[in-house]
Design a protein around this ligand. Structure first.
Ligand SMILES: Cc1cc2nc3c(=O)[nH]c(=O)nc-3n(C[C@H](O)[C@H](O)[C@H](O)COP(=O)(O)OP(=O)(O)OC[C@H]3O[C@@H](n4cnc5c(N)ncnc54)[C@H](O)[C@@H]3O)c2cc1C
Length: 414
């Protein structure tokens, strides 16, 4: 479906789209734009320029639509879940083969895009996941990775010690090493997508968007913190951890945002043992992290203890949080135990009740799409999920098995 058929389908109000745009509506809205000095109208307005919204907007634009992308603080900003330095591409998902397949697709696409844009966004570090026993979950991961054709090496304790002497492998019995996985630059990746979107003719506005006029079960426009309104036949709210703030009724109990801590420990002078490409991504003892990339330090990501508000949480580590990070490093990477903390970041996950992504229409506003629920693993998928969302919005065919998985579930967080 191209732009013309998208708008015709929308105008006719038939098919899977059932969108409200008519030429009369567009003309009336355009008239209103002129009358109020409001922002230009669009075919689709995407709110949120994180990993999910940025890619959705770019794909929609590349499909030929007039797209306006709006973000309250900017692409990959310091409050967004997609902000910060880096994100891991891991491929192992126990019983969710669809995510492993998307990861494989994501590798290929990131490589193509970074070459196209002339930017270094993807570092092929490999990943080592360590375990004290060969659990059912690990076995299932291995089965899926084999089925999808991802190269893996199952290491026993001796292999782990020999290959990764930087790790204190006491108690470790197994490792799964996936050499083709890696690290993505997060903030920079979002900015690259926003740049590409604008170069392709998309409009990017920095403002907070709120739900505007509603009529006939449809959203007519969004109002912006700069006083403008933007109308469109279709809206995508890819606002990550802000979904419950924008849609409190629909999202009540369906998402929560735990505080996440990222600690970057310095590596000793002249010592490259913990630096890319000499050390991989790793996951062990309930935490995960990355080698030092571009001299930023050896990164440890651990979960905090509080649920937070993405607008207002303080993004400075407490003394207890630093101590927790130090204790972790001393246990697993003792060579770094006396190294200084050279940088830290505080973020939040946006957990859905089952950790699956959310891509669905608003139950009462049929031209509004809710997109989010990255649940701590969304960044790497943005490059594939964005196209999936764009196809859903355009009414194009998508894998029918995915829609029920990405639908809000009846259960709630207690
Ligand atoms: C510490 C940490 C480590 C992680 N590690 C990994 C990893 O290793 N691998 C991985 O794949 N994933 C990882 N994730 C998860 C991943 O980063 C997220 O799932 C993903 O970035 C979510 O993207 P998003 O676009 O849904 O949300 P966000 O990035 O939060 O984007 C939402 C955007 O909406 C904007 N917004 C909100 N409300 C409004 C409004 N009303 N008007 C206008 N704009 C608005 C915000 O400013 C924001 O930019 C990690 C997350 C964290 C925090």
């Amino acid at each position: 479906m191209n732009r013309r058929t998208f708008l015709e389908t929308a105008a006719a109000g038939v098919g899977t789209l059932a969108l409200p745009a008519t030429r009369a509506h567009a003309a009336a809205a355009s008239q209103q734009s002129r009358a109020t000095g409001a922002g230009a109208n669009a075919d689709v307005v995407v709110i949120g320029a994180g990993a999910f919204g940025g890619w959705t907007a770019l794909y929609l634009r590349e499909m030929g639509l007039n797209v306006t992308l709006i973000d309250a603080y900017g692409a990959g900003n310091a409050r967004a879940s997609s902000g910060g330095e880096t994100r891991q591409i891991r491929a192992g998902y126990a019983d969710q083969e669809y995510y492993t397949r998307w990861v494989v697709e994501a590798f290929a696409r990131w490589k193509t895009r970074q070459a196209e844009w002339g930017r270094s966004l993807f570092f092929e570090t490999g990943q080592i996941a360590l375990a004290t026993e060969w659990t059912k979950s690990l076995k299932d991961q291995q089965t899926v990775l084999d089925r999808v054709g991802v190269e893996t090496h199952v290491l026993n304790r001796e292999d782990v010690v020999k290959r990764f002497p930087q790790i204190n492998a006491e108690g470790i019995q197994f490792g799964i090493y996936t050499p083709g996985t890696g690290v993505l630059k997060a903030r920079e990746g979002c900015q690259a997508v926003a740049d590409a979107f604008q170069k392709a003719g998309g409009r990017f506005t920095i403002a907070r968007a709120s739900l505007g006029r509603q009529a006939g079960g449809k959203l007519q426009d969004v109002t912006l913190s700069n006083g403008q309104t933007v109308s469109a036949p279709s809206f995508v709210f890819a606002v990550g951890p802000w979904l419950p703030k924008v849609f409190p009724d629909v999202m009540a109990g369906k998402m929560r945002s735990p505080r996440m801590l990222e600690l970057f420990f310095g590596t000793p002078p002249g010592d490259e043992r913990f630096t890319y490409p000499n050390f991989p991504n790793w996951a062990v003892g309930g935490a995960y992290g990355f080698p030092s990339i571009e001299g930023r330090g050896f990164k440890v990501a651990i979960e905090g203890t509080q649920l937070v508000d993405p607008d207002t949480q303080q993004r400075v580590l407490t003394a207890e949080e630093v101590a927790k990070g130090r204790e972790f490093v001393a246990r697993w990477f003792p060579l770094l135990k006396d190294q200084p903390l050279v940088e830290s970041k505080v973020c939040q996950y946006e957990m859905s009740v089952d950790s699956n992504f959310i891509v669905q229409r608003h139950p009462a506003l049929e031209n509004v799409w809710l997109v989010g629920g990255g649940s701590g693993h969304g960044y790497k998928h943005g490059i594939v999920l964005g196209e999936y969302v764009a196809n859903r919005v355009m009414g194009k065919p998508t894998d029918p098995t995915l829609a029920p998985i990405f639908t809000l579930k009846p259960q709630t967080f207690s």
